[in-house]
Design a protein around this ligand. Sequence first.
Ligand code: HEM
Length: 155
Amino acid sequence: MEQELQARAAHLAGIREKAEVEMARMGIDAAFIDRLVDTFYGRVQAHSRLGPVFDGRLAGRWPDHMEKMKRFWSSVAFKNGAYGGKPVQAHLGVEGMAAELFPEWLALFSQTLADIAPSAEAKDWFMATAERIAKSLTLSLFYNPALDDPARKTV
Ligand code: HEM
């Protein structure tokens, strides 16, 4: 049992070390994640369509949200378990939330990375990751199987 735990700890440490090396190769470190989250959510707040939707839910709670998002990206990048929340649940019932907002979110994230990412690889890595998560969130929040049912199609 003790040995199993040690082997598991060593395995996890190996995964983290690999992630750290991979991120460092692209110029991604904790300071960049802080800067990315601060810059991106600063722009989200100023965005005419995204801003009000976020603010409706987060007014008075922005500092907590920023901290959470730093832990989220840190855990995705460095596989360090810094974030343990439930993203799908967090997006349920957000007033004004709409599938059409996701491309706008992604465009703003892409522009932010174009402005501040330390390398082209870093930008590509963040975009590929965000697009994957955005797709999964969109499906969880908005997918309606009935719309894919051939029996219901009229054309
Ligand atoms: C139009 C797109 C989006 C909108 C309007 C939106 C809005 C929000 C709001 C209002 C919250 C705060 C929920 C709360 O604390 O009550 C939140 C949390 C969060 N969002 Fe989004 N979001 C969007 C897209 C995304 C994308 C693409 C990602 C990932 C790449 C993401 C990741 C998260 C995470 C990790 C949290 C924290 C969840 C938790 O509480 O543990 N969001 N989002």
